[in-house]
Design a protein around this ligand. Structure first.
Ligand code: NAP
Length: 483
């Protein structure tokens, strides 16, 4: 037990239903980003372990695809009940290894059961379709055609550090529900939550070999898993750079890439300024800005800029940094001191290049003080590149067309938000903003676990959200019966 009440966790690798030491015997401490304390320890897998996990997955996939959907659903529903019962414990593990405030971690942990239940349901909805073959010239009525949905086989799931429960479950639960075996490689910074979730899935009855978890370096393990021909689908969430590398080495496989972003929020005349300011003060700084759909850019119409900033700044200054386990903390450290340095440097560079720092930006160890930077040119790196930190870059525009051009003016296209504007502008924003989701009346930082979720442009391709993930983790087979 750690001082803050979280359990200190020690795990082996999960391969073929067994918890076993890594082939090379190496182990690695997992440290708190807040104070560097050791919060757990995991095995460091090698390529030999990746090979063993894939061999086990081949056996597991053969068993699981023959397991009726109602039995798979029953196991996932049992796992959901366990996740609900252990939500407080999962939250403490998330906070300990990721550094986000316990309240935020609890919100994340409590979605685990819901994602598992949604997946159990969707995995039992693998409908096919009847084919009107007699509409094909020359074909009579002696044939019957239809499609069947079947699991892809082996899914490799690779996940980032920022939502250690949510993003693991958005891959593992739909993959299992659809009848696939899964090899999971969680982020090295946050492996403990993934292992705790795997533990409860095994306890709920997931058969041997159906789920393996490999902890260790993404470079070596990722390459071995992604390139292996036994794998039919790679589902990756992480940075655009790693996503590009995966796309190059995957070969002929199904791929889902949930990548980086620089998400815009438009503030237009007519906006409810208080509501917009409150939403941006949350959406730009939740999880210390380490959210793919974080509000990185505010594109504000000149007519409402002063009012908006007046409403925003006190809210940002009220964000309280501190120990993730302490009452009243609303922002924790970034995942590492190196990341905090990178973010603080990015803000300082924008200011050196002519932008105005309205608040925040200072670094103290792993913490970056929540920042608002005004007068940011859309072409500047603070707008163009993903910041992944607690700062919002404000760009001022003179009309709606300029706002849309600025929103679309980066390589990314994950999500966007719009406050205010006329009905016509709202409709144009929906149609013209190149993003995987567009929110009218809110910021991009909003997600329901059932909705299709995924980016355009350099933000990736493929959709998550439980129904979409089940769809992408199955394949349609066309069957024709010739009478
Ligand atoms: P990351 O550095 O790209 O790492 C993500 C995962 O990939 C980790 O498990 C990492 O392992 C692994 N990895 C590293 N090199 C690899 C390789 N060559 N082949 C295969 N896997 C490899 O990303 P992160 O810093 O953890 O997460 C932040 C990024 O995720 C941001 O860009 C953010 O926008 C993105 N993200 C996107 C979404 C979305 O839905 N679009 C959601 C959340 C986060 P190690 O940890 O061992 O290096």
């Amino acid at each position: 037990m750690l001082e803050n009440g979280a359990q200190r966790r020690e795990y082996e690798l999960l391969i073929g239903g067994e918890w076993r030491a890594a082939a090379g015997g190496a182990r690695q401490a997992v440290r708190s980003p807040f104070d560097g304390a050791t919060v757990g320890e995991v095995a460091v897998a090698t390529r030999a372990d990746a090979d063993a996990a894939l061999a086990a997955a081949e056996r597991g996939a053969a068993v699981w695809r023959r397991t009726p959907a109602h039995e798979r659903a029953a196991i996932l529903n049992r796992a959901a009940d366990l996740a609900d019962a252990r939500a407080a414990d999962l939250a403490a593990t998330i906070s300990a290894e990721n550094g986000k405030p316990l309240g935020e971690a609890l919100g994340e942990a409590r979605r685990s059961g819901a994602i598992l239940r949604l997946s159990a349901h969707e995995g039992a909805q693998l409908y096919g379709q009847g084919l009107p073959l007699d509409a094909n010239p020359g074909t009579g009525q002696d044939k019957v055609g239809f499609t069947l949905r079947q699991p892809v086989g082996i899914v490799v799931a690779i996940t980032p550090f920022n939502y250690p429960a949510l993003l693991v479950l958005h891959k593992v639960a739909p993959a299992l529900a659809a009848g696939n075996a899964v090899v999971l490689k969680p982020a090295s910074a946050t492996p403990l939550t993934a292992l705790a979730l795997a533990d409860l899935l095994v306890e709920a009855g997931v058969p041997d070999g159906v789920l393996s978890v490999l902890t260790g370096p993404g470079g070596a393990l990722g390459d071995a898993l992604v390139a292996d021909p036994r794998v039919r689908k790679v589902s990756f969430t992480g940075s655009t750079g790693v996503g590009e590398r995966i796309a190059r080495s995957a070969g002929v496989k199904k791929l889902s890439l949930e990548l980086g972003a620089s998400s815009p929020t438009l503030i237009l005349p007519g906006a409810d300024i208080e509501r917009a300011a409150a939403a941006v003060a949350a959406g730009g700084y939740v999880n210390a800005g380490q959210v793919c759909i974080s509000v990185q850019r505010v594109i504000v119409h000149r007519d409402v800029e002063a009012d908006f900033l007046d409403a925003l700044l006190p809210r940002v200054r009220a964000i309280r940094a501190g120990d993730p386990f302490a009452e009243g903390t609303t922002i924790g450290p970034l995942i590492s001191e190196r990341e905090a340095e990178r973010v603080a440097d990015g803000i300082a560079q924008a200011v050196a290049d002519g932008a105005t720092l309205l608040t925040g930006g200072a670094r103290d160890r792993g913490f970056v003080e929540p920042a608002v930077v005004a007068g940011v040119d859309t072409r500047h790196a603070l707008a163009q590149e993903e910041l992944f930190g607690p700062a919002v870059a404000v760009t001022t525009v003179d009309d709606f067309d300029a706002a849309i051009a600025a929103a679309n003016g980066t390589p990314y296209g994950l999500a966007a938000g719009v406050f205010g504007g006329t009905l016509t502008e709202g409709v144009r924003a929906i149609r013209e903003i190149d993003a995987g989701s567009v929110h009218l009346g809110w910021t991009p930082l909003w997600r329901a676990d059932l909705m299709p979720y995924g980016g355009l442009k350099a933000s990736g391709h493929g959709k998550e959200g439980v129904r979409s993930a089940v769809e992408e983790m199955t394949e349609a087979k066309t069957v024709v019966m010739h009478g």
